[in-house]
Design a protein around this ligand. Structure first.
Ligand code: GDP
Length: 373
């Protein structure tokens, strides 16, 4: 069943997010509803089932793969007693808080956390032991939760001012980079953007098999052939990226918005890579960067798994039964962009990819300096 497969993939991702945040996952609950319950998100029967399981197995946290409304959060908290309720937004914010390295990223994350917190003040975790801490409690902590909303509003104003100042500085920095062609790596989180950045620019950007290893953008000067250009690694996109974060990562996304060429990196070994491509395209549309020249780089061909189906196997075709060659054919013919299949790890097909980047950068370069070449 297709939709069940999808649900599993969504929960795989949520589990990966939870692991990245430092939690281990014990059990998954799925409920199919045509509409979410406005009071408790899930139905009361399911809530009861989770409550009992959590109680008898000594589970500390329940995570929902969606953003809960302030009242849903409050009601679930009351219902489940002694358990921390997190939603997808809160979880992602927590990971960002752990991973923010620069003062800019920290300011952005703090702002997003306060914006998330404000409507939920006094409703969250009011039933919990304040000293427990842990996931979802980093950043603006429990002590602030009791303080006046006004103080948080003031803090939000202050953080916004601070970000405005940094945004201006960063805009100036980008201007000062002059007329060099700017190329931005975009893609879903964990597809291999940093690895590719390192491989192309021979630099040492942090790459890790966790979500959102990169929060801050890194810019490197790269030369292919005799052609210099600037290459930027950007924050990974993800399905249902909290709106608070989209807004607060404005400057990071400006790198994408102001790039001359996008390299869209895809992890072809990932089961739902097509969803990820769509999700990235959706975000590009939202930030109005979807009409830029683009190269599609399908990465991790070394890790591509394929189950060849026997002739007499009557189970329906699934994505696993499609070979890499078939995917290549499909994407080469349907993609409107130059498309290449590589392994950033083994540097497989690198000459082909570099030639492609060179050609595209050269086009932009020539359009910019028509008399120089
Ligand atoms: P980012 O979040 O898009 O920047 O992804 P990273 O560069 O941090 O890579 C995420 C994970 O994928 C890391 O564990 C990398 O080692 C791994 N990875 C990157 N490229 C490849 C590849 O071509 N093949 C394989 N098998 N793994 C890769």
């Amino acid at each position: 069943n297709q939709s069940e497969e999808k649900l599993d993939e969504y929960l795989d991702e949520l589990e990966f997010l939870a692991l990245t945040a430092g939690a281990s996952v014990d059990k998954r609950f799925i409920q199919k509803l045509t509409q979410q319950d406005p009071k408790t998100f899930i139905g009361s029967g399911k809530a009861q089932e989770i409550k009992e399981y959590v109680k008898s197995n000594n589970i500390g946290t329940v995570i929902f793969d969606d953003e809960l409304s302030p009242s849903q959060l409050k009601n679930l908290g009351k219902e489940m007693e002694d358990v921390k309720i997190l939603d997808r937004t809160n979880l992602i914010l927590d990971i960002f808080a752990q991973r923010a390295q620069t003062s800019y990223a920290r300011t952005q994350v703090e702002l997003a956390q306060y914006q998330y917190l404000l409507p939920r003040l006094s409703k969250m975790w009011s039933h919990l032991d304040k000293q427990k801490g842990g996931i979802g409690m980093r950043g603006p902590g429990e002590t602030e939760i009791e303080t006046d909303r006004r103080i948080i509003r003031d803090r939000i104003t202050l953080l916004k001012e601070k970000l405005k100042t940094i945004d201006k500085q960063m805009a100036t920095q980008r201007q000062n980079r002059g007329k060099m062609v700017r190329v931005a790596l975009v893609g879903y989180t964990n597809v291999g953007k940093s690895t590719l950045m390192n491989a192309i620019s021979k630099s040492d950007v942090f790459a890790e098999d966790k979500l959102f290893a990169t929060l801050d953008t890194t810019v490197r000067k790269v030369v292919i052939g005799n052609l210099p250009f600037l290459l930027t690694d950007t924050v990974g996109f993800i399905r249902k990226l909290p709106t608070q974060l989209v807004e607060s990562f404005k400057s990071t996304l400006d790198e994408v918005r102001e790039a001359d060429l996008l390299i869209h990196v895809v992890d072809i070994s990932h089961e739902s890579f097509e969803d990820q491509v769509n999700s990235v395209n959706q975000t590009l549309m939202e930030i109005n960067a979807h009409q830029k020249p683009m190269i599609m780089v399908f990465n991790k061909i070394d890790a591509f798994a394929y189950e060849k189906k026997e002739e007499d196997d009557l189970t329906p075709e699934s994505r696993k039964n499609i070979s890499l060659e078939e995917w290549m054919k499909t994407w080469m013919s349907k993609s409107q962009y130059p498309t290449v299949f590589i392994s950033a790890l083994n540097k497989e097909n690198f000459p082909e990819m570099k030639k492609m980047i060179y050609d595209e950068v050269l086009k932009i370069h020539i359009a910019r300096f028509p008399y120089n070449d």
